[in-house]
Design a protein around this ligand. Structure first.
Ligand SMILES: [Zn+2]
Length: 231
């Protein structure tokens, strides 16, 4: 039990700190967007409180929930997306972090219901193909989570554009999911600009495979790609 409460304390701080990266990277307006992380070894997650301004977020204001989205400990209500985050953790044991934003360019693709095609080496690296579109789903229960899990099952991408809504990303931990959210907006903007003046050139599937394999298995200082910052 002591180990678990130490982990919860650590993750509250980690998730509180990571939230600062969303406005810093221009991914959110007002109180939109949220990050959660699984508590390792427990059926618990830590998630952003609903409707609290980003500068006011603290480790103590983060909400501890079970994996049905019910509050276990916290003075605030959890994000209205808590049920969907919980659904992802229940159905994807490999996922340790989930991020949601309405970042501008990526959400514009979602409003058209259009996947972002893999036309950049950075996309092949990070996403291993297109960034897919998930179904339209109402906010407040697990419907979004179901759409995330079902859509990503057929893709290497850690990001999905939920139709008419925004971006959800997953990662082995919350930092990896934040990185995927930043990269999603970056490539959404670049491919949008490319297409404004013509038709982007697709990358052949075998080259996408080679790039993705190199990035995820060879590149960087560590066995994982996290922290890689150039390509
Ligand atoms: Zn949203």
């Amino acid at each position: 039990m002591t180990n678990c409460s130490d982990a919860i304390t650590r993750i509250r701080k980690e998730i509180s700190d990571l939230h600062a990266l969303l406005p810093a990277n221009g991914l959110v307006a007002w109180t939109a967007g949220n990050i959660s992380a699984r508590v390792p070894g427990a059926d618990l997650m830590v998630i952003k409180p609903s409707g609290v301004d980003y500068p006011a977020l603290t480790p103590e204001s983060m909400v501890l929930c079970d994996l049905d989205g019910n509050v276990v400990d916290g003075e605030y209500q959890p994000s209205s997306d808590a049920g969907s985050h919980a659904y992802v953790y229940r159905h994807r044991p490999d996922v340790g972090g989930v991020v949601h934003t309405h970042s501008t360019y990526a959400t514009a693709w979602s409003a058209r219901g259009e996947a972002i095609p893999c036309v950049l080496t950075a996309m092949a690296d990070e996403f291993g193909g297109e960034i897919p579109v998930g179904p339209f789903a109402l906010i407040g229960d697990e419907a979004i989570g179901k759409g995330i899990v079902e859509t990503l099952a057929g893709h290497r991408s850690p990001a999905v554009l939920m139709r008419n809504h925004g971006v959800f990303t997953i990662g082995k931990d919350a930092r990896a999911a934040v990185k995927a959210a930043v990269m999603t907006e970056d490539v959404a903007r670049t491919v949008h600009l490319a297409r404004a003046s013509g038709e982007p050139i697709p990358i052949p599937a075998n080259d996408i495979d080679a790039l993705h394999h190199r990035y995820t298995h060879v590149y960087g200082q560590q066995p994982t790609a996290d922290g890689a910052d150039e390509r």
